[in-house]
Design a protein around this ligand. Sequence first.
Ligand code: ADE
Length: 421
Amino acid sequence: MTKPSFHIKDINLAEKGRLRIQWAAQEMPVLNLLEKQFREERPLEGMRVSACLHVTSETGNLMRILQAGGADVVLTASNPLSTQDDVAAALVAFHEIPVFAIKGEDNKTYYQHLEAALEHRPNITMDDGADLVSTLHAKHQELLGNVIGGTEETTTGVIRLKAMAKDGALAYPIIAVNDAMTKYLFDNRYGTGQSTLDGIIRATNILLAGKVFVVGGYGWCSRGIAMRARGMGANVIVTEVDPLRALEATMDGFRVMPMQEAAKLGRIFVSATGDIHVFDRHHFEVMQDGAILANSGHFNVEINLPVLEEIAVSKRQIRDFLDEYTLADGRRLYVIGEGRLVNLAAAEGHPSSVMDMSFANQALSAAYMRQNAKTLQPQVYTVPEEIDKRIARMKLEAMDINIDTLTEEQIHYLNSWKSGT
Ligand code: ADE
């Protein structure tokens, strides 16, 4: 039997997906400008790219741009629950991009899809969470010789890849797109802030005003969530392990306390720490009836779901993407999107306008990798500053915002140490 050249839910969804990709493009001016440049300069000519990203309308636009730049692209999902099936269909039907992704796929299918993307024998990997890179290193060392480098989209992936590099296990250079300022300051903060609340609201339709809303962590994603929840009138509590971040949260005006205390007070709980079991048995034991739990970190490990399954006497799906767990004492706890990324499981991920900058970083980093791979070591690199600054300038220009420039006198002053009081 020949292997399928793509694996998606339904090709008949393609027209709907095409319209959604077009709609997203209207909010992605930087990517649109890059498309023009890529079409003319073909910086990825001949490169086979295996991308493991959330299959969304924004990713659809990135795929178009990589293709315009000459890349031969395949796409697989970076999470079993984040695929937009219509977008997957449109990429196959209208752009001839092999896609391996179905929303709701089980773990086995998820990994089969990664394998299918690796059969493309990539020269460049484009990952979100580092599952593709780790599968490649663990199971397909024979393919490593083809790879010149890769890019990584998210905090969790960068942490994993840095650990690989530290162990001497990373075989090729990676550019940490996540660590570009035009990525994390916008995508992680404003993107996660808005899309996480969007996911919670779509899944529950709950009023946030006046509710006690507990945010686990105060990294860029968590602070975006806390900021937006406050904007909706919620009474926000932040939990942290890092004293500096805890201090920042305090002076940003949030209540800060250990999760064990917050667990008793909250109605809605979200974490985006990247660590396991932020919500655990001892928290479930003291939560109020009706507490809602969601995860906005990359992996579905922040809520200890196996323990919740174990202590629940019954479970039922009460709405789309919302499961009700009833405990022995009658309290009901609710989990959104099986504890997977709430913003992509129950909503549509970050809005296009922030993904515009994240994916401009992806496209330009892939082109940079193509040009510079020979001089790079198997390490994790940050996006070159000139790329980061260029994207910021392009975005401002697209938003029709002008800024000042330093005068010669000011430049001179900043470069001299002689003038003081
Ligand atoms: N990660 C978060 N939001 C996303 C989106 N809209 N598209 C791709 N990856 C994402």
